[in-house]
Write a new protein. Structure first.
Length: 282
Protein backbone atom coordinates (compact mmCIF):
# COMPACT_ATOMS: atom_id res chain seq x y z
CA UNK A 1 0.00 0.00 0.00
CA UNK A 2 2.89 2.27 0.77
CA UNK A 3 4.41 1.49 -2.62
CA UNK A 4 1.19 2.37 -4.41
CA UNK A 5 1.06 5.69 -2.60
CA UNK A 6 4.65 6.43 -3.60
CA UNK A 7 3.93 5.69 -7.31
CA UNK A 8 0.85 7.88 -7.28
CA UNK A 9 2.82 10.65 -5.69
CA UNK A 10 5.56 10.39 -8.34
CA UNK A 11 3.00 10.39 -11.18
CA UNK A 12 1.28 13.50 -9.79
CA UNK A 13 4.64 15.26 -9.50
CA UNK A 14 5.55 14.51 -13.16
CA UNK A 15 2.13 15.69 -14.37
CA UNK A 16 2.52 18.88 -12.48
CA UNK A 17 5.94 19.59 -13.97
CA UNK A 18 4.76 18.91 -17.57
CA UNK A 19 1.75 21.20 -17.24
CA UNK A 20 3.95 24.03 -16.01
CA UNK A 21 6.35 23.54 -18.95
CA UNK A 22 3.52 23.56 -21.50
CA UNK A 23 2.13 26.67 -19.97
CA UNK A 24 5.53 28.34 -20.27
CA UNK A 25 5.85 27.35 -23.96
CA UNK A 26 3.96 30.11 -25.71
CA UNK A 27 4.70 31.35 -29.30
CA UNK A 28 5.39 35.02 -29.45
CA UNK A 29 3.56 36.41 -32.53
CA UNK A 30 3.81 40.02 -31.52
CA UNK A 31 6.63 40.69 -34.01
CA UNK A 32 4.54 39.38 -36.95
CA UNK A 33 1.62 41.55 -35.91
CA UNK A 34 3.86 44.63 -35.78
CA UNK A 35 5.18 43.92 -39.31
CA UNK A 36 1.69 43.43 -40.73
CA UNK A 37 0.55 46.77 -39.21
CA UNK A 38 3.49 48.70 -40.73
CA UNK A 39 3.78 46.90 -44.11
CA UNK A 40 1.14 45.50 -46.44
CA UNK A 41 2.45 42.10 -47.72
CA UNK A 42 0.07 42.10 -50.67
CA UNK A 43 1.25 45.56 -51.68
CA UNK A 44 4.89 44.51 -51.52
CA UNK A 45 4.13 41.51 -53.75
CA UNK A 46 2.45 43.71 -56.37
CA UNK A 47 5.35 46.24 -56.35
CA UNK A 48 8.16 43.71 -56.65
CA UNK A 49 6.72 41.23 -59.18
CA UNK A 50 6.17 42.34 -62.83
CA UNK A 51 2.63 42.26 -64.17
CA UNK A 52 1.51 39.25 -66.18
CA UNK A 53 1.24 39.62 -69.99
CA UNK A 54 -2.24 40.38 -71.29
CA UNK A 55 -2.27 37.29 -73.51
CA UNK A 56 -1.82 35.06 -70.46
CA UNK A 57 -4.57 36.52 -68.30
CA UNK A 58 -7.29 34.62 -70.09
CA UNK A 59 -5.08 31.77 -71.27
CA UNK A 60 -6.73 28.35 -71.50
CA UNK A 61 -4.69 25.38 -70.26
CA UNK A 62 -3.26 23.29 -73.10
CA UNK A 63 -4.68 19.82 -73.65
CA UNK A 64 -2.56 16.95 -74.86
CA UNK A 65 -3.06 13.26 -75.53
CA UNK A 66 0.57 12.54 -74.86
CA UNK A 67 1.26 10.19 -71.99
CA UNK A 68 3.73 12.02 -69.78
CA UNK A 69 3.97 9.13 -67.37
CA UNK A 70 6.37 7.29 -69.72
CA UNK A 71 9.93 8.56 -70.04
CA UNK A 72 10.89 9.94 -73.43
CA UNK A 73 14.34 9.23 -74.82
CA UNK A 74 15.77 11.03 -77.85
CA UNK A 75 18.60 9.44 -79.76
CA UNK A 76 21.46 11.68 -80.91
CA UNK A 77 21.34 12.65 -84.60
CA UNK A 78 23.20 10.34 -86.96
CA UNK A 79 26.41 11.69 -88.40
CA UNK A 80 26.72 11.83 -92.15
CA UNK A 81 29.05 9.13 -93.46
CA UNK A 82 31.31 10.54 -96.13
CA UNK A 83 33.08 8.42 -98.71
CA UNK A 84 36.75 8.00 -98.00
CA UNK A 85 38.79 10.07 -100.41
CA UNK A 86 41.83 8.79 -102.31
CA UNK A 87 44.91 9.58 -100.26
CA UNK A 88 48.56 8.66 -100.06
CA UNK A 89 49.40 5.23 -98.70
CA UNK A 90 46.21 3.45 -99.75
CA UNK A 91 46.19 0.35 -101.95
CA UNK A 92 43.89 -1.90 -103.94
CA UNK A 93 44.23 -5.61 -104.69
CA UNK A 94 43.16 -6.68 -108.17
CA UNK A 95 42.42 -10.37 -108.51
CA UNK A 96 43.95 -12.66 -111.10
CA UNK A 97 41.90 -12.60 -114.29
CA UNK A 98 40.81 -8.97 -113.83
CA UNK A 99 40.38 -7.32 -117.23
CA UNK A 100 41.09 -3.63 -117.77
CA UNK A 101 40.37 -1.62 -120.92
CA UNK A 102 43.15 0.75 -121.93
CA UNK A 103 44.04 2.96 -124.92
CA UNK A 104 47.19 2.82 -127.01
CA UNK A 105 49.11 6.10 -126.72
CA UNK A 106 51.03 5.73 -130.02
CA UNK A 107 50.73 3.58 -133.13
CA UNK A 108 52.47 0.21 -133.34
CA UNK A 109 53.43 -2.13 -136.17
CA UNK A 110 55.24 -5.42 -136.71
CA UNK A 111 58.34 -3.44 -137.70
CA UNK A 112 59.06 -2.64 -134.03
CA UNK A 113 61.98 -4.56 -132.58
CA UNK A 114 62.05 -6.78 -129.49
CA UNK A 115 62.50 -4.75 -126.32
CA UNK A 116 60.56 -1.71 -127.54
CA UNK A 117 58.34 -0.08 -124.92
CA UNK A 118 54.62 0.20 -125.58
CA UNK A 119 52.53 2.66 -123.55
CA UNK A 120 48.85 2.49 -122.72
CA UNK A 121 46.60 4.74 -120.67
CA UNK A 122 43.49 4.00 -118.69
CA UNK A 123 40.43 4.72 -120.84
CA UNK A 124 38.32 5.75 -117.83
CA UNK A 125 38.90 5.98 -114.06
CA UNK A 126 38.39 2.90 -111.90
CA UNK A 127 36.82 3.87 -108.58
CA UNK A 128 36.08 1.88 -105.45
CA UNK A 129 35.02 3.10 -102.01
CA UNK A 130 38.55 3.42 -100.70
CA UNK A 131 40.70 3.57 -103.83
CA UNK A 132 40.65 4.85 -107.39
CA UNK A 133 42.82 4.61 -110.47
CA UNK A 134 42.81 8.00 -112.24
CA UNK A 135 42.36 8.35 -115.97
CA UNK A 136 46.02 9.26 -116.52
CA UNK A 137 47.24 5.93 -115.12
CA UNK A 138 49.75 4.41 -117.53
CA UNK A 139 50.40 0.76 -118.29
CA UNK A 140 53.80 -0.03 -119.73
CA UNK A 141 54.44 -3.05 -121.94
CA UNK A 142 57.47 -4.43 -123.69
CA UNK A 143 57.65 -6.30 -126.99
CA UNK A 144 58.99 -9.77 -126.27
CA UNK A 145 58.71 -11.09 -129.83
CA UNK A 146 57.98 -9.58 -133.24
CA UNK A 147 58.56 -10.14 -136.94
CA UNK A 148 57.30 -8.71 -140.20
CA UNK A 149 55.24 -10.79 -142.68
CA UNK A 150 57.01 -13.98 -143.75
CA UNK A 151 56.88 -16.43 -146.62
CA UNK A 152 54.29 -19.21 -146.79
CA UNK A 153 51.60 -16.66 -146.04
CA UNK A 154 52.67 -16.14 -142.43
CA UNK A 155 51.55 -12.74 -141.16
CA UNK A 156 53.42 -10.33 -138.93
CA UNK A 157 53.66 -10.86 -135.17
CA UNK A 158 53.73 -8.67 -132.06
CA UNK A 159 53.86 -10.13 -128.54
CA UNK A 160 53.45 -7.57 -125.74
CA UNK A 161 53.93 -8.28 -122.05
CA UNK A 162 52.52 -5.72 -119.60
CA UNK A 163 55.17 -5.27 -116.92
CA UNK A 164 54.53 -1.99 -115.13
CA UNK A 165 51.85 0.45 -114.06
CA UNK A 166 52.53 4.12 -113.31
CA UNK A 167 50.05 5.85 -111.00
CA UNK A 168 50.61 9.38 -109.74
CA UNK A 169 54.24 9.19 -110.86
CA UNK A 170 54.96 5.93 -109.00
CA UNK A 171 55.83 2.86 -111.10
CA UNK A 172 55.04 -0.65 -109.87
CA UNK A 173 55.43 -4.10 -111.36
CA UNK A 174 52.47 -6.10 -112.66
CA UNK A 175 52.08 -9.21 -114.77
CA UNK A 176 49.47 -9.03 -117.53
CA UNK A 177 48.87 -9.94 -121.15
CA UNK A 178 46.86 -8.65 -124.10
CA UNK A 179 43.47 -10.29 -124.71
CA UNK A 180 42.00 -7.79 -127.20
CA UNK A 181 43.68 -5.45 -129.67
CA UNK A 182 41.60 -2.90 -131.55
CA UNK A 183 38.36 -4.81 -130.76
CA UNK A 184 39.80 -8.13 -131.99
CA UNK A 185 40.33 -11.09 -129.67
CA UNK A 186 43.93 -12.14 -129.16
CA UNK A 187 44.92 -15.73 -128.41
CA UNK A 188 48.09 -16.78 -126.59
CA UNK A 189 49.04 -13.07 -126.29
CA UNK A 190 50.00 -13.06 -129.99
CA UNK A 191 48.91 -10.12 -132.11
CA UNK A 192 49.05 -11.76 -135.52
CA UNK A 193 48.79 -10.43 -139.04
CA UNK A 194 46.48 -12.28 -141.39
CA UNK A 195 47.71 -15.66 -142.57
CA UNK A 196 47.10 -15.55 -146.31
CA UNK A 197 48.37 -18.92 -147.54
CA UNK A 198 45.01 -20.13 -148.87
CA UNK A 199 44.35 -16.74 -150.36
CA UNK A 200 47.78 -16.82 -151.99
CA UNK A 201 47.08 -20.26 -153.42
CA UNK A 202 44.13 -18.84 -155.34
CA UNK A 203 46.07 -15.71 -156.19
CA UNK A 204 48.99 -17.71 -157.62
CA UNK A 205 46.73 -19.12 -160.36
CA UNK A 206 46.10 -15.67 -161.84
CA UNK A 207 49.02 -15.86 -164.32
CA UNK A 208 47.76 -19.18 -165.72
CA UNK A 209 44.18 -17.84 -166.01
CA UNK A 210 45.35 -14.73 -167.81
CA UNK A 211 47.47 -16.76 -170.23
CA UNK A 212 44.55 -19.11 -170.89
CA UNK A 213 42.32 -16.10 -171.63
CA UNK A 214 44.75 -14.81 -174.22
CA UNK A 215 45.08 -18.22 -175.88
CA UNK A 216 41.31 -18.59 -175.99
CA UNK A 217 40.96 -15.23 -177.73
CA UNK A 218 43.57 -16.27 -180.34
CA UNK A 219 41.87 -19.61 -180.82
CA UNK A 220 38.56 -17.90 -181.65
CA UNK A 221 40.27 -15.62 -184.16
CA UNK A 222 42.04 -18.53 -185.84
CA UNK A 223 38.82 -20.51 -185.98
CA UNK A 224 37.01 -17.72 -187.81
CA UNK A 225 39.44 -17.89 -190.75
CA UNK A 226 39.44 -20.99 -192.95
CA UNK A 227 43.19 -20.62 -193.59
CA UNK A 228 44.23 -20.43 -189.89
CA UNK A 229 41.57 -22.82 -188.61
CA UNK A 230 44.11 -25.59 -188.57
CA UNK A 231 46.22 -23.73 -185.98
CA UNK A 232 43.40 -23.00 -183.54
CA UNK A 233 43.67 -26.31 -181.60
CA UNK A 234 47.32 -25.63 -180.83
CA UNK A 235 46.65 -22.31 -179.13
CA UNK A 236 43.79 -23.80 -177.14
CA UNK A 237 45.89 -26.74 -176.00
CA UNK A 238 48.75 -24.44 -175.00
CA UNK A 239 46.45 -22.26 -172.89
CA UNK A 240 44.89 -25.26 -171.14
CA UNK A 241 48.30 -26.80 -170.44
CA UNK A 242 49.71 -23.64 -168.91
CA UNK A 243 46.61 -23.11 -166.78
CA UNK A 244 46.76 -26.73 -165.58
CA UNK A 245 50.39 -26.47 -164.58
CA UNK A 246 49.66 -23.22 -162.77
CA UNK A 247 46.73 -24.70 -160.81
CA UNK A 248 48.66 -27.84 -159.87
CA UNK A 249 51.69 -25.83 -158.78
CA UNK A 250 49.74 -23.12 -156.95
CA UNK A 251 50.22 -24.70 -153.48
CA UNK A 252 53.96 -24.58 -154.06
CA UNK A 253 53.91 -21.10 -155.57
CA UNK A 254 51.90 -19.80 -152.57
CA UNK A 255 54.77 -20.73 -150.25
CA UNK A 256 56.74 -17.84 -151.70
CA UNK A 257 54.07 -15.26 -150.83
CA UNK A 258 53.99 -13.23 -147.59
CA UNK A 259 51.15 -12.86 -145.10
CA UNK A 260 49.42 -9.73 -143.81
CA UNK A 261 51.21 -7.00 -141.86
CA UNK A 262 50.21 -5.41 -138.54
CA UNK A 263 49.53 -1.71 -138.13
CA UNK A 264 47.44 -0.42 -135.21
CA UNK A 265 46.85 3.35 -134.87
CA UNK A 266 47.12 5.37 -131.68
CA UNK A 267 44.14 5.59 -129.31
CA UNK A 268 42.99 2.11 -130.30
CA UNK A 269 41.35 0.15 -127.45
CA UNK A 270 43.18 -2.76 -125.87
CA UNK A 271 42.11 -5.18 -123.17
CA UNK A 272 44.68 -6.48 -120.71
CA UNK A 273 44.24 -9.38 -118.30
CA UNK A 274 46.10 -9.83 -115.03
CA UNK A 275 47.95 -13.14 -114.78
CA UNK A 276 48.27 -13.02 -110.98
CA UNK A 277 46.86 -11.16 -107.99
CA UNK A 278 48.24 -7.65 -107.98
CA UNK A 279 48.35 -5.13 -105.13
CA UNK A 280 48.64 -1.56 -106.39
CA UNK A 281 49.80 1.13 -103.97
CA UNK A 282 49.23 4.84 -104.27
Amino acid sequence: MKCLNKLLLIFMSILYLCSSALAAFDIDTSVDDAIRKKYNPKKIEEDLLPPLPNNLKNDVPLKSNENFSKPVFSAPPLKEVKQTKFSQGQHITLKRGTKITVRLTSGISDKLSVGSKIYFKLSKPIRTRYFSLPENTRFIGVITDSHSPQLSGNGGLIVIKIENITINGKTQEINAKITKANYKKIFFNNIKGKRTYLKNVAKSTEPGRKFYGKMWSKTKKLANDSVTLIFSPFTLITGVAVLGVNVIGSPVFALFSEGGSISIPANSPFEIKLLEDTTIYN
